[in-house]
Design a binder for this molecule. Structure first.
Ligand code: NOJ
Length: 542
């Protein structure tokens, strides 16, 4: 049932610091989210995943937790949170928390105690290893750059592991006490009425060995074969699901960093309800911002055919906006934005939407290095400066891998403060001045807007068993056209997508009697030419 709820309704992601600021400090908060629940309900949101709200020094924007039982004062109080859960339920919206348990913040009392006293049991909560004669314990690298081992202050040749920033020490999942702590945390939030968890880099929690890693592509960390998708990780997930999630009818969503498609399905065997892979984000090429339509098609088909309940996403707080990545900016970008939303709603699995995607927002790519808050970007900037790359190349690389561009404040209106913060106040990060015409208020008034279209297509998915629960079968077509059948209970839908920015010939349509249910082009085209980014959904009657 729980998985079915995700498939039917999809999941909307809020990045809390940038969603809505109720008190004018320039940072989004829980009261801000409360004030927008009616908006969320009106666009069809039923499952709401909120990026970390826990107490945190925010060195990685909340993905560094210093207290799993407290709300970050920046975002409000525990009372605000309890109200959010209740008010959301009143609108039939379930809250999904982010859960970050590959690592804690280095400010977490467990880690502080581990550093303070080598004899403490908290040493065993983390991964400490000795190096030899000034050499680190192995050659593993962090996803944020540099070695994954940080010297322990004041202790010769002793290091702790951090697969992310050095302020994010990895937990030791070989320790039963760590498992019990996490189990308690999950139970605490579920008792409050939380529906489930989006588990951060959950594929990496279990380290099977500490041997040196193979060196691969420069964009992937060294050592992954020792800690990605290990048998120990599957055992932990099975246990957590059985002991905490299932008895309460909740859901688990996994972020599977480093996991390729053939490895992914195993995570759905009594572990996760749905998962995200990363192949969909790979534009192939160090400097390439935009994905080729044929590469997009290949990766979509592979994950649809090989994974029974994939989490289908095209953007989030770590990625670039989908307009500009899977479709070209410019004249056809509105059709492109609608096409991508239709795709998410027509595919098998669980559709994920990121705040602002329903407006067709594009990257805000004008932040200077000094205005950035992203640890990845600052690492890259300093690295690239060392290599004395010309400014424009440095900027392109830092932009490609940096994570600021989709993290800007959500524009609810065109007035001063954009309806995000109070008029006259400065938001924590600059607004999307690039597309000032895209904001909720304006799009509500424009019948041809991306927002109005989003409402329509999401409600279509939610009310149609075939689109939300059916099987999928891809039909042969030109390499930049995606064409597939969905089938459920003897009914069929046919979907056709032109992934390219050029007019293309439509393939021969299946079925002799069919009716068009939805198209992103107005008035709907019925002929055999597909306009740039045109998409169509049909019901097949015979
Ligand atoms: C994935 C999160 O989405 C990202 O924002 C974070 O930096 C890393 N995991 C580390 O927690």
């Amino acid at each position: 049932m729980s998985q079915e709820r995700l498939k039917r309704y999809g999941v909307y992601q809020i990045y809390p610091i940038s969603f809505c600021d109720s008190d004018g400090d320039g940072k989004g908060d829980i009261k801000g989210i409360l004030s927008k629940l009616d908006y969320l309900a009106s666009i069809g949101v039923k499952n709401l995943w909120i990026s970390p709200l826990y107490a945190s020094p925010m060195r990685d924007m909340g993905y560094d937790i210093s207290d799993y039982y407290a709300i970050n004062p920046l975002f409000g109080t525990m009372e605000d949170f309890d109200r959010l859960v209740q008010e959301a339920r009143r609108r039939d919206i379930r809250i999904i928390m982010d859960l970050v348990v590959n690592h804690t913040s280095s400010d977490h009392p467990w880690f502080q105690e581990a550093l303070r006293s080598p004899e403490s049991k908290y040493r065993e909560y983390y991964i400490f290893r000795h190096g030899e004669k000034g050499r680190r314990p192995n050659n593993w690298t962090s996803s944020f750059g540099g070695s994954a081992w940080e010297p322990v202050p004041g202790e010769e040749d002793n290091y702790y592991l951090h697969l992310y920033g050095k302020e994010q020490p990895d937990l030791n999942w070989d320790n039963e006490e760590v498992y019990q702590e996490v189990k308690k945390i999950l139970g605490f939030w579920m008792e409050k009425g939380v529906y489930g968890f989006r588990c951060d880099v959950i594929s990496e929690i279990y380290k099977s060995s500490f041997e040196n890693g193979r060196k691969g592509k420069i964009s992937t960390p060294v050592g992954m074969e020792h800690f990605v998708a290990q048998p120990g990780c599957h055992l932990i997930l099975k246990r957590l699901r059985k002991e905490v999630i299932e008895p309460r009818g909740g859901v688990l969503i996994g972020e599977l960093y480093g996991v390729d498609q053939p490895q992914a399905e195993a995570f759905l065997d009594r572990e996760l309800d749905t998962l995200f892979g990363f192949e969909i984000t790979d534009t192939k090429g160090l400097f390439r911002q935009q994905m080729r339509p044929s590469d997009f098609k290949d990766v979509l088909i592979r994950w649809q055919e090989g994974v029974s309940c994939n989490g289908n996403y095209l953007e989030n707080h770590d990625q670039h906006r989908s307009v500009g990545k899977y479709v070209q900016r410019g004249r056809n970008e509105v059709s492109g934005a609608k096409m991508l939303l239709t795709l998410l709603c027509a595919l098998k699995g669980v559709p994920f939407f990121y705040q602002g995607e329903e407006l067709g927002l594009v990257d805000y790519d004008r932040l200077s290095p000094e205005e950035s808050h992203d640890v990845v970007r600052s690492f890259l900037e300093s690295l690239l400066r060392r290599f004395a790359l010309p400014g424009f190349l440095r900027h392109r690389l830092a932009r490609k891998f940096g994570r600021d561009d989709a993290r800007g404040p959500m524009p609810f209106s065109g007035i001063d403060g954009y309806g995000f913060t109070l008029p006259g106040r400065k938001p924590w990060q600059k607004f999307y001045e690039i597309s000032p015409e895209r904001n909720v208020e304006r799009e509500e008034r424009d019948p041809s807007s991306v927002l109005q279209y989003f409402r329509k297509v999401l409600s279509l998915r939610q009310s149609d068993d075939v689109l939300s629960l059916g099987t999928i079968r891809f039909l042969p077509s030109d390499k930049e056209i995606l064409s597939f059948l969905r089938e459920y209970g003897g009914e069929r839908r046919y979907a056709l997508f032109n992934l390219s920015n050029r007019s293309r010939k439509a393939p021969v349509l299946p079925g002799s009697r069919r009716s068009l249910i939805l198209s992103n082009i107005y008035p709907a085209e019925k002929n055999s030419t597909l306009l740039p980014y045109e998409c169509r959904l049909y019901r097949i009657d015979a």
